[in-house]
Design a protein around this ligand. Sequence first.
Ligand code: 4AD
Ligand code: MG
Length: 481
Amino acid sequence: IRSIVGRPDGGAGLAGKRVRVGGWVKTGREQAKGTLAFLELNDGSCPANLQAVVDAGVAVPKKLVAMGTCVVVDGILKIPPPPPQKQGTKQRPQRIELGVEKVLHIGEVADPAKYPIPKRNPTLEYLRDHLHLRSRTNTIAAIARIRNALAFATHSFFQEHHFLYVHTPIITTSDCEGAGEMFQVTTLINEADKNPNPQAKQLGIPKKKDGKIDYTKDFFARQAYLTVSGQLQVETYACGLSNVYTFGPTFRAEHSHTSRHLAEFWMVEPEIAFAELNDAMNCAEAYVKYLCKWLLDKCLDDLQFMDDKTCVDRLRMVAETPFVRISYTEAVKILEESGQRFEHRVEWGIYLASEHERYLTEVQFQKPVIVYNYPKGIKAFYMRLNDDLETVAAMDVLVPKVGELIGGSQREERYEVIRERILEMGLPLEPYEWYLDLRRYGTVKHCGFGLGFERMILFATGIDNIRDVIPFPRYPGRADL
Ligand code: 4AD
Ligand code: MG
């Protein structure tokens, strides 16, 4: 349908062409006495529908008109004769329509009264309870196309800049962010009970209190988790292949019931060798701008269709304006002097709360803001210690509407310093020996960042809740379907 109605001429140039079209009925009506059916068909390829006209001689109109019915039809595209023109009104160009000659398939709706998607503007909350059917709605379909375009644009950007795409593991024993927000991986123990692993003893398998082997931990010999970030692993490739990126699902067992957090979300994580914090900021800004331009170029119809009519303006603004760059210390000063009553107290050393991020991006600057050099106490162990010994070379990209879109840093490349940082943070050295090896053997200055893919979609579409921009959202209390 996109290849017909998505053309600049709205399909007019295809008049007279014979086509086969499949789609679902968005709305259908029967002309008096069942002589004709008018169907608005959509196949998910674009926001616009194709009107199909079916004569009673071709199929029983009644069978086709229920919303949600699936049809495959053959016919001829035509521009219908204009309706009689009312005086003083401007004649609108006629839409192309399909004169159906043959119906090849009808997937009837069992009981139209029970079709779970209501005709009139179902709310996104309602659709969350019908995940298996929500792709049939205009909004969710537009989000899916925008999500697809952003994924393609991501690969395009990094490939154009000669970054290698590296697949990092989903199951790991490392807690990259050190926040302990990990999902444990366990096995169903029945099989293991029947066939105890003869090597279990040698592997130092953990035992339960009753002395029996704890087979939930047997499979990997130690407790494994779902990854919170591919960073540590992708760093190993950056320290050998220079510029790399990973893009995959990541998992956080945060009990955050917010509109910005998911338990399973996708992250884009580039890692750049021979590079410092500024290079990470430049790369992040160029990448976000590239994504915005890509959408304006490839998805304008979907963006214009979104309920939030400001998304096109927002994307243009980001594509064209340089991001503000301020240090954490400056950011705190701005917040302190803002005269605002924030719910969360502002002082040097705090985590910036979402209200602070929004103040900076929506009130103070009205554009994206990169905040850098955070206090070491609120950031992860791997970030490079600055010369002041108080801050680390971290940076977050904050954007209007969403707040934190990207988190990144220059990595600590000095062996002694990172070893000290690990100990200072009360972490055991042993699990990080391989990470320390990267510093022992041929260390290199490097940096990288992670872009929360769903946060980028929120920003692009103007959708309010992150649960609506991923096909199958996972959050506390929700993992079905
Ligand atoms: O700031 P974060 O925690 O950074 C890291 O994980 C680094 N290891 C990335 C790196 O340097 N390679 O997460 C990065 C981004 C955040 O800025 C946010 O956009 C998103 O991931 N994010 C989430 N998105 C949805 N739901 C959650 N629970 C998220 N937590 C983080
Ligand atoms: Mg962060």
